[in-house]
Design a binder for this molecule. Structure first.
Ligand code: PXP
Length: 244
């Protein structure tokens, strides 16, 4: 069963909306781990719109499970990531105007930049470096040549698809991409838009996924049931402990 990593960016978004010291994403990370998460994900954006550098230092100190640092190839952020040395660094595309990450990296176009960044992160001692990509076989082939050890498959099109044949088609596209990545010797992660509803079809359809990164659905659900219960419920789903 895959590891469940919880993205706590949205806790920081809420904190920053009032420029308060709470809710504290570090306290949230602690509760997520105590409630069944295998690790924590954050995205340190260049504009620091949610997680900030201080949060990152504290997260490195308190997170006991796997710590996934999502980042762009910005020089400043890459240097900071090398200093922090998380368990996993996931390279993602980043545009200031976007509401959230839109689409995967164009690994073919950005090959030299990405390969150089993967090399720097690996040399700094980060054991696993992943590239966030769409379920596209050409892109996955290009990931293999960057020296990255893992991919994170972008599940956004699957999550946004209309239920029924469209969603089923997107699940098949992810399945093919995961099988191909596995054949290429890459570790397969997945995330973006996975929720309590679509996760069952995702897990039934897509092989070789060793880790999922889920944020928005869990933080949104926590408003109604509390963060601990929201994480536990998602962890049960990911570990296959829910009756289907
Ligand atoms: N993986 C990546 C690379 C992301 O950018 C995000 C969104 O921050 C996620 C996973 C989690 O997506 P969601 O918040 O929709 O669960």
């Amino acid at each position: 069963m895959p590891n469940l990593l919880i993205n706590i960016d949205h806790v920081a978004t809420l904190r920053n909306a009032r420029q308060e010291a709470f809710p504290d994403p570090v306290e949230a990370a602690h509760l997520c781990e105590a409630s069944g998460a295998d690790g924590i994900v954050f995205h340190l954006r260049e504009d620091r719109r949610h997680i900030n550098d201080h949060d990152v230092v504290q997260l490195k100190r308190v997170v006991r499970g796997k710590l996934d640092f999502e980042l762009s190839t910005s020089e400043e952020i890459v240097s900071f990531c090398c200093e922090i040395c998380p368990d996993l660094a996931t390279l993602v595309p980043e545009r200031r105007e976007e509401i959230t990450t839109e689409g995967g990296l164009d690994v073919m176009r950005l090959h030299a930049d990405l390969a150089g960044t993967v090399h720097r992160l690996t040399k700094a001692g980060i054991e696993e470096v992943a590239l966030f990509v769409d379920p596209d076989l050409e892109q996955i082939r290009a990931v293999r040549d960057t020296g990255a050890s893992a991919i994170e498959l972008h599940t956004g099109d699957f999550a946004n698809a209309v239920k029924g044949s469209e969603q089923f088609g997107e699940a098949q596209r992810l399945a093919k991409a995961a099988a191909f990545a596995h054949e290429c010797g890459l570790i397969v992660h997945a995330g973006h838009g996975l929720d309590y509803d679509n996760y069952r079809l995702f897990s039934r359809s897509v092989p070789h996924v060793s880790e999922v990164s889920i944020g928005f659905a869990v933080i949104a659900q926590s408003i109604f049931v509390g963060l601990g219960a929201a994480v536990t419920d998602m962890a049960r789903l990911v570990k296959g402990e829910h009756a289907s």
